[in-house]
Structures are given as structure tokens and as C-alpha cells.
Design a protein around this ligand. Structure first.
Ligand code: HEC
Ligand code: HEC
Length: 447
């Protein structure tokens, strides 16, 4: 039985109540009155006392009938309808159809903070010995053919935000690759790695760069093992991390680097403090941006504590997406965003990419797989346009309408409103709240 049924039931109850009350009045006047020999005034008083008793009893009966006959969901909706404000304002605009009651039909999106520990696979638990060894390997140029490049050359974790601020990185012999170096901070929370999501774990990933001819240029896994074995100062740390009497293997090298990377996490951003209960951690602009991030639909892809549907938080993760979803020839041409099809078949018009995490994004310009966009507001405008089909512009911010379907009992927001420059700024302000304070301080500008 739906809401209509419940409303009908209530109406019938009220009519019955009025009829009952009238019958009682007539009875008191014509039956009880003459018998009781009371004065006219007292007769009315008696009617009132008996009548209100009866009204109370009827209400009780009606409530019992309601709770017995109607599903909990229906009653909750009724209560929600009564509680909702009749008119919701949104900055200058007003919600159209505001006289319609607003009913919450879905469980709202839950915002979550990043945990303080990154999960590790059972075969490679994170130990202090492995982490220390992994840190040394990560910064060791011996893993590259001409001993000039280490992981940290492109992922500066000691002084930077885990990347190199270049559109695409420079590897051995000054060779320039064709993709932007993503930050390694919080990569430990991603279910798949690389822009196209082709690596399934940090352990798998760690062997890639040393063997990549453009990055570190080592000819083979054996060559990497030889390099590390040749350095006697590695013997003791490997023995401590993996047990003595075992030759150093590529698997151990990868395991140690991965263990170190699992400590490169930033659960200390203002956003995390806000979600954990510090009301003052976000500014008003950031709060507006947080709401927009949800209502514009960024959370459809950049979801969960790592702001990526490709992270380990919501199994099974949904890792890759079309980019662009909505065509924008202008943006595509200006930034050559659909030259590289990513994980899609070569020559495809629409590319497929792993959903990147947006943590520390304000510190990791330039943006996108090809590093073609320098400014974060521009990246946000592109995303709103090509991933959400929204118009972005200054000035005319039209009326945002709430569309309530009486028939389906669903609510949606009319998506045609132009996102203003201020909306974009608010989203950018919110994205800055995802920056670790420690990393932002290094950058010198808080993002
Ligand atoms: C020459 C620069 C360069 C070097 C050296 C380098 N990387 Fe990278 N790294 C990149 C680029 C570029 C990508 C993205 C490549 C892609 O997606 O196709 C990347 C991606 C990654 C990712 C994936 C991050 C994510 O969000 O998916 C991790 C983790 C990583 N590198 C770790 C390492 C480690 C560990 C080393 C050393 C063993 C290393 N990198 C060496 C440039 C480099
Ligand atoms: C349909 C899924 C989807 C939606 C919706 C979406 N994004 Fe993205 N986002 C992606 C993908 C995929 C990429 C990676 C694109 C690439 O590889 O160049 C990305 C990249 C980004 C980047 C660049 C990250 C970097 O490190 O270079 C930013 C910033 C971003 N998105 C913000 C947003 C914002 C803000 C919204 C809401 C207006 C949004 N996204 C909506 C899927 C989505």
C-alpha cells in the first residue's frame, strides 16, 4: 500500500470521527439529557468530557490500525514529508516546485575519512625492516641502467608531493615519456595502478619502471638483481627483512618497495579531520564545494575515502571509466585529451582510464594522463563538462529545479543549470581540503 492509500485511510478516519462525535452529541441532548435532569449548561459540559474521551480513544485506534496495516517505509516517508522544509533556497536561486514536499528516497552518500593504515596482502605484511629497505631502494639510482634515475626522480616524496610537476616525466638519457607521473602518495589504497589501470598491485607495479626503456632502462629482472646483490651494504637489510641465507630476488625488491609505499599515505587532510568530527576544519567555501562535488555527481566516480571508485574501499571496485563521456571537441582539441585511448582499443574515439584518486590533487599539477592542463579550476571545468555534461560559465546561473516525480516517488535535480565560476572555485576549494597539511606546507602555498 502506498502513500495514497495511507492518506485515504486518514481521511476516512477523520470523517468517521466527525460522524461519531455528532451521534454522541445527539445522544446526550435527546437521550441522556432528559434522563439526567441536569441543567442545559451541565449537559453540554458532560458532552464535552465524554466526547474528548472518545476522540482520544479513536486516535489510539487509528494509530494502532496504521502501524499494523502500513509498512514502516510508508510511515517514514510520511514523517519525512512533514518534516521537510516547504521551501529550500540555494544561494540566489530558488528550487522550483518548492511547494512540492521533498522526500528522501535513497540512502544519502556517506563521506568517509582515510584510515591510518594501508592494507597489505597476506604474503607481504608491512614490517619496519621492509619499509626501511624499501625506502632505500626507492631512492637508489642503482636501479637504472646509467645510475642516474631512481623512483624518486619522478616521484619526489621527500621534498614534493610524490610526483615531478612535469607534463610527462624524464627518464634515463633524458628520454621523455608520454604520460604524466601520478603521485605515489595514497597509491597504496588503489585497487589498480597506472593511468589505464594495467597493474593489479604495488608489488606488480614496482618491477615496471626499472624495466621500462624510457624510465630506468634495465635490460632484465636478473640485471636488477645483479645490481642489488653487487652492493654488499644491501645484504644485511635484506636479511633482516626477509630472513638470512636467501639470495636477493626481484620479488623481494618489489615487496620491500611496495611495503614502503604503503606508508606513503595522508590521512591527515582537513577533509579527514572534518569527517572525524572537527566542525571547523573546512571553510564555508569548502563546504559549498563538498555539496557541489556530490550534487554535480563527481562522487559517481571519485567516490570513497580515496576519492576514487578504483580504490580498495568498496569491493568490487569499479575501476575504469570513459573519458570523455560527453563530447567536447573544443577541450579535446585544445588539450589533445583523446589522442591516447588509454585502456580502450587503439584508434577508439573515446578513451578509457582508471579513475584517479583526488587526494593531494591541488599539489600535483599538471593534470590528466598527458599532463596537458596546468590549472585545477580548468581541470574541474573540463570534468564538469565532459564527465557530467554540465555547462560551465560566468554570470547567468539559472534556476535550479528539483524534479519530484509523484508517480515514481523519486527526486532529482534539474541538471541544466550553468555552473558558475564561483561554483568551480568552491569545488576547487573543497579539493584543496584533500591536501595533506604536511605536503601542502612543503609546497609553500597550502595548495
Ligand atoms: C621516469 C620517471 C619515472 C620513474 C623513474 C618511476 N616512475 Fe612511477 N610512474 C611514472 C609515470 C609516468 C607513471 C604513470 C605511467 C602510466 O600510467 O602509464 C608512473 C606510475 C607509478 C605508480 C602508479 C600510481 C597510480 O596512481 O597508479 C606507482 C605506484 C609508481 N609509479 C611507483 C614507482 C616506483 C616504485 C618506481 C621505482 C621503482 C617508479 N615509479 C619509477 C614515472 C616514473
Ligand atoms: C564518469 C566518471 C567521472 C566523473 C563523473 C568525474 N570524473 Fe574526474 N576523472 C575521471 C577519470 C577517468 C579521470 C582520468 C582522466 C585522464 O586519465 O586523463 C579523472 C580525472 C580527474 C582530475 C584530474 C586528476 C589528476 O590527477 O590529473 C580531476 C581534478 C577530476 N577528475 C575532478 C573531477 C570533478 C571535480 C568532477 C565533478 C565535476 C569529476 N572529476 C567527475 C572520471 C570521472
Amino acid at each position: 500500500m502506498g502513500q495514497a492509500g495511507l492518506v485515504g485511510f486518514m481521511n476516512v478516519s477523520i470523517v468517521m470521527l466527525i460522524i461519531g462525535f455528532t451521534v454522541l452529541l445527539l445522544m446526550v441532548k435527546f437521550e441522556l439529557g432528559p434522563m439526567s435532569r441536569l441543567s442545559a449548561g451541565r449537559r453540554w459540559l458532560m458532552t464535552l468530557v465524554l466526547g474528548s474521551g472518545m476522540v482520544a480513544f479513536s486516535i489510539k485506534l487509528a494509530l494502532i490500525a496504521t502501524f499494523v496495516h502500513f509498512p514502516e517505509q510508508t510511515i517514514r516517508q510520511q514523517i519525512a514529508m512533514r518534516k521537510s522544509p516547504a521551501l529550500v533556497t540555494w544561494d540566489s536561486g530558488k528550487f522550483a516546485a518548492a511547494e512540492q514536499p521533498v522526500v528522501q528516497v535513497q540512502k544519502p552518500y556517506e563521506w568517509r575519512a582515510l584510515p591510518g593504515v594501508a592494507p597489505a596482502p597476506a604474503w607481504n605484511p608491512t614490517t619496519p625492516e621492509k619499509v626501511a629497505l624499501g625506502e632505500r631502494l626507492f631512492h637508489d639510482t642503482a636501479l637504472s641502467i646509467d645510475r642516474t634515475v631512481s623512483c624518486s626522480s619522478c616521484h619526489d616524496v621527500r621534498n614534493g608531493a610524490g610526483e615531478d610537476h612535469r607534463p610527462s616525466s624524464t627518464g634515463v638519457g633524458g628520454q621523455v615519456g608520454n604520460r604524466n607521473a601520478p603521485t605515489v602518495w595514497n597509491a597504496a589504497f588503489q585497487a589498480v595502478l597506472f593511468w589505464d589501470g594495467r597493474a593489479a598491485s604495488l608489488e606488480d607495479q614496482a618491477i615496471g619502471p626499472p624495466l621500462n626503456p624510457v624510465e630506468m632502462g634495465m635490460p632484465s629482472a636478473e640485471a636488477i638483481e645483479q645490481r642489488v646483490r653487487a652492493d654488499v651494504s644491501y645484504r644485511e637489510p635484506f636479511a633482516r627483512a626477509f630472513g638470512a641465507d636467501r639470495p636477493i630476488t626481484i620479488r623481494q625488491i618489489a615487496a620491500a618497495i611496495a611495503a614502503y609505499e604503503r606508508t606513503l599515505i595522508t590521512p591527515d587532510a582537513p577533509y579527514d579531520r572534518f569527517v572525524r568530527g572537527d566542525d571547523k576544519a573546512l571553510t564555508t567555501a569548502q563546504l559549498r564545494g563538498m555539496e557541489l562535488f556530490q550534487s554535480v555527481g563527481c562522487i559517481q566516480c571519485h567516490s570513497g575515502p580515496n576519492f576514487s571508485g578504483a580504490s580498495l574501499f568498496d569491493p568490487p571496485p569499479s575501476t575504469q571509466r570513459l573519458f570523455p563521456v560527453f563530447d567536447s571537441p573544443e577541450y579535446m582539441k585544445r588539450y589533445k585529451l583523446n589522442k591516447d585511448p588509454g585502456a580502450n582499443a587503439p584508434g577508439s574515439k573515446q578513451a578509457v582510464w582508471r579513475i584517479p584518486s583526488l587526494r593531494n590533487v591541488a599539489l600535483t599539477a599538471p593534470y590528466f594522463h598527458n599532463g596537458s592542463v596546468d590549472s585545477l579550476p580548468e581541470a574541474v571545468r573540463i570534468m564538469a563538462t565532459v564527465q557530467r555534461g554540465r555547462q560551465v560559465g560566468s554570470g547567468t546561473n539559472g534556476v535550479r529545479a528539483v524534479v519530484w516525480s509523484k508517480q515514481d516517488r523519486t527526486i532529482a535535480r534539474n541538471d541544466t543549470a550553468v555552473l558558475s565560476d564561483r561554483d568551480v572555485d568552491d569545488i576547487v576549494a573543497f579539493l584543496k581540503s584533500l591536501s595533506s597539511d604536511t605536503l601542502a606546507a612543503r609546497n609553500g602555498n597550502g595548495g
